[in-house]
Write a protein that binds this ligand. Structure first.
Ligand SMILES: O=C(CO)COP(=O)(O)O
Length: 272
């Protein structure tokens, strides 16, 4: 499976009025963006439709969560089908804020991933360790446990094809919103370990083609160094995505982050 383009995605979280998002959309619409980078933005769900209607079509729109049922008596929830109907192409699942504040378990996230893929959405599946887990040397154990729940539920779909719609986001909890970004070396080590784990646990040639993106205090100052790492296939941006520097982060490959060797999405093994 060929690896797709380098991705820069946003997680706006619970931020952004319609007017604020309209300004942001207009900025992106005017911007000279690198066509070698795939971009998605994820406004709060009530604004997805508005953003989709007004945003240039070469930028995808994503949701930040969905429930695993298609419809029914689940007050306050939104299904993957509803996100798709509103114009979303992506959905973020398993973000640490969902795991901790809303008590989502690994298996809840697995169910959500399966339902989103079945509905035809692409998934940004987030995994990450806390600081105490890193300090007690259980980082990979934690990540592999979170990953396994996702693997199991995709396996249940019985379609290797579905993996091409899955992007893993490595988001160390200690780096989110803290200004304490992982070093490029830390990110590379973990991304390579995740890829090896997928190689060991998923049948077929999924691992080499799978995109693994990094999130946690990404900004214009650190984006280029992170993007240079061999197994960092994209950046997932929270706070900085709400600032004007986001456009420059989208153009990180032009700044000297290397990304895919030819930008075609066809990985030639010589990338980075
Ligand atoms: O949570 C994030 C992306 O999902 C990252 O947030 P920050 O970039 O604000 O650290």
């Amino acid at each position: 499976m060929a690896r797709g383009k380098f991705i820069v995605g946003t997680n706006f979280k619970m931020n952004g009025s319609r007017a604020f998002l309209q300004d942001l959309v207009e900025n992106l619409n005017r911007a000279d963006l690198d066509s070698n980078v795939e971009i998605f933005i994820s406004p709060p769900s009530v604004h997805i439709n508005h953003v989709r209607q007004n945003l240039r079509k070469d930028i995808a729109v994503g949701g930040q969560n969905c429930f695993w049922k298609s419809s029914g008596a689940y007050t306050g929830e939104i299904s993957a089908e509803m996100l798709k109907d509103a114009g979303a192409e992506y959905v973020i699942l398993g973000h640490t804020e969902r795991r901790t504040l809303f008590k989502e378990s690994d298996s809840h996230i697995g169910l959500k991933v399966a339902s989103a893929l079945a509905a035809g959405l692409k998934v940004i599946a987030c995994i990450g360790e806390t600081l105490s887990e890193r300090e007690s040397n259980t980082t990979l154990q934690v990540l592999f446990r979170q990953l396994q729940a996702i693997v199991d539920h995709i396996q249940d779909l019985n379609q290797e094809e579905k993996w091409k719609d899955v992007v893993i986001a490595y988001e160390p909890v200690w780096a989110i919103g803290t200004g304490r970004v992982a070093t490029p070396k830390q990110a590379q080590e973990v991304h390579a370990a995740i890829r090896r784990r997928v190689e060991e646990t998923v049948e077929g040639s999924v691992a080499e083609g799978m995109r693994i993106i990094y999130g946690g205090s990404v900004n214009l100052g650190n984006a280029r160094q992170l993007a240079r790492e061999k197994d960092v296939d994209g950046l997932f941006v929270g706070g900085a995505s709400l600032k004007p520097e986001f456009v420059e982060i989208c153009n990180v490959l032009r700044l000297g982050g290397e990304g895919n060797s030819d930008g075609s999405g066809d990985d030639d093994g010589g990338r980075k």
